[in-house]
Design a protein around this ligand. Structure first.
Ligand SMILES: Cc1ncc(C[n+]2csc(CCOP(=O)(O)OP(=O)(O)O)c2C)c(N)n1
Length: 364
């Protein structure tokens, strides 16, 4: 039998399912039979959160280049899928982000400086997951998917009305953990929405090297699936809102595939594309300029728009600056922090270890 190396296997044809789109790349509204764009206040809020998110990506990438962060996985170009998903959550819901979802955390209300703790090599998530209803960003791919299922299952069994949004890249859906989570979610009817950012690359490996299917892998797990234009924040918001509402009402979990390009090179190799135009073509679909064009066209401009734009710019600037200042002040975690956050009352054995370590460090 002839063996075909997966690297030489051609990419599968594009998915036949058209992604839901409510605003096209020129900022024009698109009619859809099932989904409608949110109201103008929400549209302005989505735009604002994306502007802040992009600024945050730029700031954190600069900090990584300066060596102030060990690494920063940027998500420039994917802000719409993160922001659109997160703003669809209710106050009771939980977010389960991956390492690439810092913009989602900031949009969710997590302190920007705390968000960066992980990338400074801090020992803890950097923020209190319960306070923000946001799990620590997970680096092992797709492990957050089963955590989301577990939390909602536990909450349900205690009569609590909690849904969860788990964020993953397309590459993560090749992990066994993703499929185990899908199965548990479907069998338990857990109120979870798995939002998959499909940028066609697992860092720098093309999608078809990781799977022979599309990333839209709800089929085979007994879940609903949606496909959405991940550069269209209004569409992501509408689709995730609906998926969450259905999940809360007992309609079961779902996978939402947000098709969106991410700018920038892969970590270990430049992204290759046969005609070299992939990045340019996607840049034309920039999620921020698209929504800005719509807001401008519909005279959510004028005075209120100018205010909104100034606010967005100001907030982005302020948050960027605050991150730098706070990180400079907070450099250097004490060894005590290792023990501090694990228990409300530290057990005697750990208390002894804590003192032993403190003595040892004093002697160094
Ligand atoms: C369990 C596990 N295996 C391998 C890795 C190494 N790894 C880090 S990122 C990545 C590719 C992830 O691709 P995708 O989910 O599409 O995310 P993105 O490209 O947006 O980073 C891999 C294999 C990991 N973090 N965890």
């Amino acid at each position: 039998m002839k063996h075909t190396d997966e690297r030489s296997r051609p990419a599968p044809p594009p998915s036949a399912v058209e992604p839901v789109r409510l605003v096209d790349r020129f900022g024009r509204r698109v009619e859809h039979p099932l989904f409608t764009a949110p109201d103008s206040t929400r549209l302005a809020g989505l735009h604002r959160a994306m502007v802040i998110g992009r600024r945050f990506n730029q700031q954190a990438s600069a900090l990584a280049r300066q060596g102030r962060l060990a690494v920063y996985p940027s998500s420039t170009g994917q802000e719409a899928s993160q922001v659109g998903g997160v703003l669809a959550l209710s106050e009771r819901d939980w977010l389960f982000p991956s390492y690439r979802d810092s913009v989602a955390l900031v949009a969710h209300g997590v302190d920007p400086a705390e968000t960066l703790t992980l990338f400074r090599g801090g020992w803890h998530a950097g923020y209190d997951p319960h306070r923000y209803r946001c799990a620590p960003q997970c680096t092992p791919l797709a492990t957050n998917a089963s955590h989301a299922v577990g939390l909602t299952y536990a909450a349900r069994s205690r009569g609590r009305d909690v849904a969860a949004l788990a964020l993953m890249g397309d590459g993560a859906t090749s992990e066994g953990d993703a499929h185990e989570a899908y199965d548990f979610a479907a069998v338990w009817n857990a109120p979870v929405v798995f939002l998959v950012r499909n940028d066609h690359w697992a860092v720098s490996a093309p999608l078809h090297q990781g799977t022979a299917t599309q990333a839209h892998r709800d089929l085979g797990h007994g879940m609903k699936g949606y496909r959405v234009d991940g550069g269209d924040a209004a569409a992501v918001y509408a689709v995730v809102s609906r998926a969450l509402a259905e999940a809360r009402a007992g309609g079961g979990p779902s996978v939402v595939e947000a098709v969106a390009y991410r700018e920038g090179p892969g970590a270990d190799a430049p992204r290759r594309h046969p005609d070299g135009t992939e990045a340019e073509r996607w840049r034309e679909r920039d999620p921020i300029t698209r929504l800005e064009a719509l807001l401008r066209e519909e005279c959510l401009l004028g005075d209120p728009w100018e205010t909104e734009r100034a606010l967005a710019g100001f907030a982005a600037e302020a948050e960027g600056t605050a991150s730098v200042v706070r990180m400079a002040l907070e450099d250097g975690l004490g060894a005590d922090a290792l023990f501090r956050d694990a228990y409300s009352t530290i057990p005697p054995l750990l208390e002894r270890r804590r003192r032993e370590l403190a003595d040892e460090l004093r002697e160094v």
